[in-house]
Design a protein around this ligand. Structure first.
Ligand code: ATP
Ligand code: MG
Length: 366
């Protein structure tokens, strides 16, 4: 990945622009961790970046960043900038493109995120980021108090990096979080969710949640159920317990899934009816949240006599024929009844037995 990143920045330097790899990739590279994407800082303006990469860039609404997909890697190329007038403790409302790397590094959040690699693969570390990597320390670039007041998302980012990397927060950072935590209320739920998702999927979600609770950020983030999250293996499971779909953004599929997970939480997840109606995935997530045996849930699911309505040895036409009736609501009542009988092994899934059951229980109602 580094070789490809160097190739990409050389395309910019060959056009006489300055260009450096920066941010998460450099941090993770020095820690021997994998990165998803690569951030690049350059003095080329977005228009100039697009000229260098011609058709390679993606259309974005993002202010001043150009996304280039190359070598199967997503590059986020951002023009050196100075940021002004932070409004409501969030993103700056005004930026100015500049020519100077050092000035650009000063606007970055933490020292470990302000290390660069130049086109020769040399590391540039003006702000002591490597020392902090070695000391496993999250330290702000500049005064923590001021930096968190400018953009309160940095509070959550500090906790995210401490969680994911298993780092300590610098004393000043701890103080500044305590002082400014209520500013989190002013951030968009979209931005907060991005950081929270990264904490929750990190494999160290439990430590992250403990940290959020220790700083009493749960109330500032409207996560009233945070202390109720006990098992942290599934991201959607955690959000189901948090139950904040009215505030945080989720797709309609995710909302449906979380509703189902909460519904099966109160059911027995080894029970054939729960497994049949909600499926293996939802029951496994709920089972996991409750500390049940996941293998046993899978076994119970696999041994269900039917997994869907089509598995019944009986069609709607056959039910209608046997009752001499036309289609109607009554069909779903009959289906539900026979599904239950078959799932609890009170009736074999055999056409003649099912038809006999229908005759016995439903024919008189006609
Ligand atoms: P990830 O591994 O999640 O990509 P990252 O550190 O690269 O982590 P990004 O959100 O990709 O995080 O941001 C890229 C870089 O931009 C950061 O490393 C940091 O230098 C800077 N940055 C991002 N968000 C902020 C912020 N809110 N305030 C200051 N600098 C920021
Ligand atoms: Mg990044």
């Amino acid at each position: 990945m580094l070789d490809n990143a160097l190739k990409l920045i050389r395309e910019l330097t060959e056009h006489n622009y300055k260009a450096y790899i920066v941010g998460g990739f450099v941090r993770d590279y020095l820690l021997g961790r994998e990165s998803q994407d690569i951030d690049v800082a350059t003095n080329a303006t977005p228009k100039e970046i697009k000229e260098v990469f011609k058709d390679g860039f993606l259309p974005t609404e993002d202010y001043g960043s150009v996304i280039v997909n190359k070598y199967g890697i997503r590059f986020e190329i951002t023009t050196f900038r100075k940021e002004f007038s932070y409004q409501d403790h969030r993103k700056p409302v005004e930026i100015q493109y500049i020519d100077d790397l050092y000035q650009d590094l000063l606007r970055r959040d933490f020292t470990i995120n302000a290390i660069c690699i130049d086109e020769n693969g040399e590391i540039i570390d003006f702000l002591g980021g490597r020392d902090d990597l070695e000391r496993k320390l999250i330290r702000t670039v500049g005064d923590a108090d001021e930096r968190f007041e400018q953009d309160a998302l940095r509070i959550l980012r500090a906790i995210r990096f401490a969680t994911v990397l298993d780092f300590q927060l610098d004393g000043e950072v701890v103080e500044a979080i305590r002082k400014h935590r209520s500013l989190l209320k002013e951030l968009s739920y979209h931005r907060k969710k991005e950081e929270l998702d990264k904490i929750f999927v990190s494999g160290r979600a439990e430590q992250g949640i403990d940290m959020l609770l220790d700083f009493r950020l749960d109330k500032c983030l409207d996560l009233d159920n945070l202390s109720k999250v006990e098992n942290t293996n599934s991201l959607i499971g955690i959000w189901s317990v948090l139950h904040v779909e009215d505030k945080y953004p989720f797709s309609s599929n995710e909302k449906e899934l979380m509703k189902d997970i909460r519904e099966v939480m109160v059911l027995n997840n080894y029970d054939p009816m729960a497994l049949y109606h909600y499926g293996l995935y939802v029951n496994s997530v709920a089972g996991e949240l409750k500390g049940l045996d996941k293998k046993k849930i899978t076994e119970c699911y696999n041994s269900l006599s039917i997994h869907r309505r089509q598995d019944l040895d009986l069609s709607s036409e056959e039910i209608m024929d046997s009752l001499h009736k036309t289609p109607g609501e009554y069909l779903s009542d009959i289906y539900e009844a026979i599904e239950k009988e078959v799932l609890y092994h009170r009736l074999p899934n055999e056409k003649d037995k099912l038809l006999a059951y229908i005759q016995e229980n439903f024919a008189s109602n006609s």
